[in-house]
Write a protein that binds this ligand. Structure first.
Ligand SMILES: [Zn+2]
Length: 139
């Protein structure tokens, strides 16, 4: 299990983007509780919001055990879940490529990742160890 520390990426609900997005931890309450995070997409600093509390309520129950509901979802857990739930083939990442939500990309440095969100010429990609915002669709 990965340790939560300042500078790490976590999934949190962004009050500005109104989405569960990758955030960077900027302050910890204690070793297990995140105090403040910064949205990787809009750079807004805000209190950490556990995404498993605010959403997923009306979805069919996952087969995960119902223990520790307040535990933060680590990026690698999320990555694993996304990668195992898609049958898409990966495309090599290129700055002039055009990607869509749900696409699997292969990044030279970060490895395989899944496109979580597309905002104009930027894509937010979940990689094994971190969530990155990359540029795409550049001529
Ligand atoms: Zn945001």
């Amino acid at each position: 299990m990965s340790q939560l520390t300042v500078g790490k990426d976590v999934l949190s609900y962004c009050t500005k983007c109104k989405l569960n997005l990758g955030h960077t931890i900027v302050a910890m309450k204690d070793s297990k509780h995140i105090a403040k995070v910064k949205c990787n997409t809009c750079n807004t600093m805000q209190a950490y919001k556990d995404p498993s509390v605010s959403s997923k309520q009306n979805k069919t129950r996952t087969r995960k055990t119902a223990s520790a509901p307040s535990k933060a979802i680590s990026v690698s857990d999320l990555w694993m879940e996304k990668m195992s739930s898609t049958k898409k083939k990966s495309t090599p990442y290129a700055i002039d490529g055009k990607f869509h939500q749900g696409d699997i990309i292969d990044h030279l440095k970060f490895g395989p990742g899944i496109v979580e969100k597309v905002v104009d010429d930027k894509i937010e990609v979940i990689f094994r160890h971190e969530i990155k915002t990359l540029v795409h669709n550049k001529p």
